[in-house]
Design a protein around this ligand. Structure first.
Ligand SMILES: Cc1cc2nc3c(=O)[nH]c(=O)nc-3n(C[C@H](O)[C@H](O)[C@H](O)COP(=O)(O)O)c2cc1C
Ligand code: SF4
Length: 435
């Protein structure tokens, strides 16, 4: 299959960033349609579309949208939050969506507000993404000036205010409960989750009903409302349960790195071909969904079909779509050391398995990549991953354990060789600077 540009159809047209250009390409026709139909019909279209969250977990979007109270006699505001933190290494699709198609996100969030009784929205943007914030600022200002945001939107009698909130560059603030803490002015640390406390759809920001979705998820909404959920569900129909398109941020040893939008059901090998094929050597490995998903070898890549269940069957995950292809000159042990360094730095320190476990994994990997590995180190690493996975307070712990465990499973000979011989199977050893 070739690229399928739905969200990205006009991404290279600078006019699409302006309200005039957006309207000229059919922009806001979904919102006009939505204000004339019952809120539940919008949710029903999202259900029919089969859309699943593009932030990483692939949770069915309609279930979240349907989860906010229908009756607002509780007297609280309903919040619509966009997770635009995009901290997962290898992923840079939301950045391009916000910079090139800001109105898709603004309209998508407004549709979510219409469907769920949303009063106030926040776009939580990763602090470094200043160009994205500027593009959204301009779009939001134009939308306010022309009646698409604010009071009595397009004469519907409905109100929706939208704010931008810049983060400060913490990966953990992409975790939804930490993100909410950060918006509320608290330290960006995760909170207790369901079933210990109610879901954010019932009690999120300021204990009020809150919807949280990823940038790409909201950007799908205008197409679903406009063309219908049934139409959207025809995309990806060859897969078990993945519908629509997905943007993959392709990086690593490829000739044409960048964002590629594909229909679910496309193969991973086709995605590699779209990205210009391998550079500097043959395909050795791939981390298909952002740094936290398990690494695949070339054989697994060549058999993999892109779909949530299909990628799981192939040994990894769709994740957030940060797809890194690695050539045969890559030392997998050194690659995993670099990944472990990221997670050890980003661990917020709240719970012991992650705080201590990420540091221990890093220490062991450091001595291995410097050529000082000790007998039993690989087994010890594997054991630590088991103590972190499923035992940490939030998903960062799991995200730190999976890459290490996955790489040891798929490339055991590289780890064993490094420890036994004090050198890499493919590269020279690393000389790490003291920190
Ligand atoms: C440590 C950590 C970091 C995360 N970072 C992001 C992020 O940058 N962007 C994002 O959309 N989701 C991120 N998530 C997932 C969110 O918690 C949440 O599931 C997502 O925003 C839901 O949106 P969706 O249903 O549209 O996918 C992260 C999760 C964890 C555990
Ligand atoms: S898993 Fe890591 S990031 Fe999450 S709460 Fe525990 S220490 Fe913090």
């Amino acid at each position: 299959m070739a690229e399928y540009k739905l969200l990205f159809e006009h991404a290279h047209d600078p006019e699409f960033k302006t309200l005039k250009g957006y309207l000229a390409k059919g922009g806001y026709s979904a919102l006009k349609k939505a204000i004339g139909i019952p809120a539940q019909s919008i949710i029903d279209e999202v259900k029919a579309s089969g859309l699943r969250g593009r932030g990483g977990a692939g949770f069915p979007t309609w279930i979240k949208w349907n989860g906010l109270p229908k009756d607002k006699s509780h007297g609280k505001k309903h919040y619509i939050v966009c997770n635009a933190d995009e901290g997962e290494p290898g992923t840079f699709k939301d950045k391009q969506l916000m910079e090139a198609t800001p109105f898709l996100l603004v309209e998508g969030m407004t549709l979510a507000a219409m469907a769920t009784g949303g009063d106030v929205g926040f776009i939580y943007i990763r602090g470094e993404f200043l160009d994205a914030a500027k593009a959204l600022r301009a779009a939001i200002d134009e939308a306010y000036a022309n009646g698409y945001l604010g009071q009595n939107i397009l004469g519907s009698g409905k109100n929706f205010d939208l704010y931008i909130h810049l983060g400060a560059g913490s990966y953990e603030c992409g975790e939804e409960s930490a993100l909410m803490s950060s918006i509320m002015g608290e330290r960006g640390m995760p909170r207790l989750k369901f079933p210990h406390v109610p879901l954010p759809t019932i009690s999120g920001l300021w204990d009020s009903p809150t919807l949280i979705n990823n940038v790409e998820t909201y950007c799908c909404a205008p197409f679903i409302v406009n063309k219908g959920g049934a139409w959207y569900a025809t995309l990806g129909a060859s897969t078990k349960n993945s519908r629509g398109t997905k943007i993959f941020s392709v990086s690593g040893h490829v000739n044409k790195p960048g964002n590629y939008e594909i229909e679910f059901g496309t193969t991973l090998a086709e995605l590699l071909e779209m990205s210009g094929g391998m550079k500097g050597g043959s395909l050795k490995a791939c981390v298909p969904g952002g740094s936290s998903v398990p690494i695949m070898n070339a054989d697994q890549v060549n058999k993999a079909v892109i779909g949530y269940e299909e990628m799981w069957d192939a040994g990894s995950m769709v994740g957030s779509g940060g797809c890194m292809f690695l050539n045969d000159k890559t030392c997998i042990v050194q690659f995993i050391w670099r990944t472990a360094l990221f997670y050890a730095n980003e661990s917020c320190g709240k719970c012991t398995p992650c705080r201590e476990g990420t540091k221990w994994m890093l220490q062991i990997l450091e001595r291995i990549v410097e050529g000082n590995g000790q007998e039993g180190d690989v087994e010890l690493l594997m054991d630590i991953t088991k103590q972190i996975d499923g035992r940490s307070f939030c998903g960062l712990g799991d995200a730190a354990a999976w890459p290490v465990a996955g790489a040891i499973k798929v490339f055991p000979e590289e780890f064993d060789f490094y420890v036994k011989n004090g050198k890499s199977l493919v590269n020279s050893n690393l000389k790490l600077l003291p920190v």
